[in-house]
Design a protein around this ligand. Structure first.
Ligand SMILES: Nc1ncnc2c1ncn2[C@@H]1O[C@H](COP(=O)(O)OP(=O)(O)OP(=O)(O)O)[C@@H](O)[C@H]1O
Ligand SMILES: [Mg+2]
Length: 254
């Protein structure tokens, strides 16, 4: 498998706080990589650096062999990088359909799209996330779950190769969370995505991820297969807690 993303010593400080400190890792094409860590560990900041919402103080990011460290977010988007937000960020005054059309006009295939093509594609992604019947509703009138699904449709409509998912389950009830996880897995298959997935629900990443990176106080704590991470003493101490090992070994022996 070839690397789609290479991150080297990426660092970002806010005043005196180093939120991301010399983190390095690779993501291979087609992989699902999980990112875990306690609240405030720097997970969202790391995604913000990769997407260009923030620029790194130092370090480099390479995508498909090109340095993207100084590129603007829309340039990274056109290279095939997209994300969903931990807290949905809709355009409140646009309908669900127009919200997704906006993405379809901005992404990787932008040059070939007129409005009608973008609207047809947007409709396809709204159907994919189950929001077709809400296409003419203003984003401000959607429920929280629907906004989450709209986030996903907007991210997919840019036709990414690499999708960052920031806590897609947060704030959802168990049924909704289950649907969201299922959709991410389907999107990966159907659209051939590589996924970098921040999630607090470890059981989901145990299932979905081939590799997990754990961070703590802005630094990489460990990286390995889900089993290696679940049994890593430093990760258990900093994040999972000792109760996790008991539950996990009970499940494994069940
Ligand atoms: N724009 C900002 N200005 C100042 N401090 C910030 C900013 N963004 C993040 N931080 C700080 O950086 C640290 C890392 O925050 P971040 O949001 O990346 O954590 P996280 O791992 O995503 O946490 P959570 O699991 O709660 O979402 C925190 O201490 C946070 O307060
Ligand atoms: Mg976060």
């Amino acid at each position: 498998m070839s690397e789609i993303l290479k991150v080297r010593n990426i660092t970002k400080s806010f005043g005196g706080l180093t939120a991301v400190n010399k983190i390095s890792f690779d993501i291979s094409s087609g992989e699902t990589v999980g990112l875990i860590g306690p609240n405030g560990a720097g997970k969202t900041t790391l995604v913000n650096l990769l997407c260009g919402s923030y620029y790194a103080d130092s370090g480099e990011i390479e995508m498909d062999g090109k340095f993207i460290t100084r590129m603007k977010p829309y340039q990274r988007c056109r290279m095939g990088l997209s994300r969903t937000y931990q807290i949905p960020r809709p355009f409140p005054e646009l309908t669900a359909l127009m919200s997704v059309v906006t993405s379809a006009l901005c992404g990787k295939k932008r040059a070939n799209r007129g409005f009608d093509d973008a609207a047809a594609e947007a409709t396809h992604y709204l159907e994919f996330v189950g929001l077709f019947s809400k296409r003419n509703i203003l984003a401000r009138d959607l429920t929280f779950f629907e906004l989450r699904m709209l986030e996903l449709a907007r991210a997919l409509a840019t036709t990414p190769k690499l999708l960052f998912v920031d806590e897609v389950m947060a704030g959802l009830n168990p049924g909704e969370a289950n649907r969201a996880v299922h959709l991410i897995a389907r999107a990966k298959e159907e659209f051939g995505l590589t996924i970098f997935w921040i999630e607090h629900v470890m059981a989901v990443l145990m299932e979905a991820a081939e590799r997990i990176i754990a961070i703590h106080f802005g630094e990489k704590l460990a990286e390995g297969t889900p089993e290696e991470i679940a049994n890593n003493d430093k990760v258990i101490e900093a994040y999972l807690g000792s109760g996790w090992r008991k539950t996990n070994s009970a499940e494994q022996s069940a």
